[in-house]
Design a protein around this ligand. Structure first.
Ligand SMILES: [Zn+2]
Length: 231
């Protein structure tokens, strides 16, 4: 599979939404990963999570339809997390955008919006494969899950970044990854942190807890985590 950089925006349907949390809670069906049904936001809303360099160059008008490959992997993330968030699963809109940092998540007008750099996804896929893209999308969706889904199983003093990592672990438990895919997923999230992420050892604890919480075998994760580089 290739995360190709070939598609462009073709749709312009506008979605009307209320306040962020209210709108998210109205969606009680499943996680929706839309492609291009939203007009680009006129101004950049507050950044919730950012992997990579400064968001200062990000231009929402450059938002484009994600590739089919990226959407296919996003749907795998959605399916992997569905049982954990039902019936209050959030919605996430995904764009590719050449002005985006590696990946960025914003909340605006009741929607969680992710934009990824086509070059970043190309590079990550070339280095690490499907599992890595799945893990990065899962981290972004994890931030949205923080807003909709009770998570008493997480530690109360965890930051939102660590909580998103725990949801990443949950997704990895149900994403049907090979041992190699799991290792590549862990490596990718360890080497592409946000500026506010704590060290990898703390993050890995959260990933592991989420992995086990969602039915994964902790020993399987441990066996693949040993080769990831602490950050
Ligand atoms: Zn994050």
């Amino acid at each position: 599979m290739r995360i190709a950089d070939t598609q462009s925006v073709t749709g312009n349907r506008h979605v009307q939404c209320g306040p962020w949390k209210e709108a998210m809670l109205q969606n009680t069906t499943l996680i929706l990963l839309l492609s291009v049904f939203v007009m680009p936001f006129k101004t950049n809303p507050p950044v919730i999570c950012q992997l990579g360099d400064s968001a200062s160059t990000y231009n929402a008008y450059e938002d484009q339809r994600p590739t089919a490959d990226a959407m296919q992997l996003a749907q795998r993330v959605s399916a992997a997390l569905k049982s954990a968030c039902w019936p209050n699963c959030p919605s996430l809109v995904i764009f590719r955008n050449p002005t985006a940092p590696n990946a960025i998540l914003l909340f605006d007008s009741g929607l969680a919006k992710m934009a990824y750099s086509p070059q970043f996804f190309n590079d990550v896929y070339a280095k690490f494969g499907d599992g890595a893209i799945i893990a990065i999308i899962a981290h972004m969706l994890g931030h949205a899950l923080n807003e909709t889904t009770p998570s008493e199983w997480m530690k109360s003093d965890w930051t939102t970044e660590v909580r998103a990592d725990a949801w990443t672990g949950c997704a990895l438990a149900n994403a049907s990854l090979s041992a190699r895919g799991l290792r590549d997923a862990l490596t990718a999230v360890s080497v592409y942190p946000s500026a506010s992420h704590p060290g990898w050892s703390q993050r890995l604890q959260a990933v592991r807890l989420g992995y086990i919480h969602c039915g994964g075998d902790g020993s399987k994760l441990d066996s693949q985590a040993v080769s990831t580089k602490p950050k």
